[in-house]
Design a protein around this ligand. Sequence first.
Ligand SMILES: Nc1ncnc2c1ncn2[C@@H]1O[C@H](COP(=O)(O)OP(=O)(O)OP(=O)(O)O)[C@@H](O)[C@H]1O
Ligand SMILES: [Mg+2]
Length: 261
Amino acid sequence: MGRKIVVTSGKGGVGKTTVVAGLARALACLNATVCVVDGDIGLNNLDLIMNVENKVVYDIVDCMQGKCRIKQAIIKDPFLDNLFTLPAGKNLPVGEVFSFDSIINKLASIFDFVLIDSPAGKDDGFKRASFSATEAIVVVTPHIASVRDASKMLTMLSADKSKIALSIVVNRLRGDLVASGDMMTHSDISSLLTAKVLGVLPESDSYNVASSLRFAGDNDEFKQALMILAKNLIEGTFEEFNYTAKYTGVMGFFRRKLKRL
Ligand SMILES: Nc1ncnc2c1ncn2[C@@H]1O[C@H](COP(=O)(O)OP(=O)(O)OP(=O)(O)O)[C@@H](O)[C@H]1O
Ligand SMILES: [Mg+2]
């Protein structure tokens, strides 16, 4: 049985969809078979970020309503044969948890990883997206509102689903600001949330972070950090991408000044 992982957050816009898309690509590059599922039904954009929006014919709601087979709705990645997307489009009546669960379980019987992109917050959309998951990654950014909301999500997830494995991914860390003491570090956040950090992802300068990953070279920091995150997920390790390395020492001091010009 494959791993069923929901990627969620308390606060919106912290990078859940970006993490799902980037992590899926990184896992697929490490030879895992991966299906990403858009659990943000109605406000979906995973198909866009995965660059398959022009290939959508059926979506998860059609599968849930028995209008098509799952194999008709999943879309193969244009570049990686072991990476698929199950998009979401139409809205659903509230509460359709069990048919969603059945689809996730069928996918998990085939794929090594099923990554579910959840809406932010604790409403029905989140409950549906997280229902089947045995692991949850809570995405958090180094901002106090995001940390507070992540704390609420972690508390709720551990209360509702005591057997779920919880970890956090700290996204949008700015090495220059952390090095100068102007931004919380991932360790600060981990201590505040008493949660394990599965990955740390730097702020990226790319216009469309997730889509640009397809073309990013091996020296792209965001890509490197995603590869470490994927490796951690596969191997159960907690290696950390060093996002401040560039900004320490004499050259680091210069780069920090340059960044603020
Ligand atoms: N590490 C990063 N560096 C720079 N920009 C980022 C990073 N992570 C995410 N973003 C940008 O932040 C915006 C929000 O990201 P995303 O859509 O992934 O968040 P989300 O949590 O899925 O939002 P929502 O709650 O609305 O579903 C996007 O424009 C994305 O490109
Ligand atoms: Mg999203």
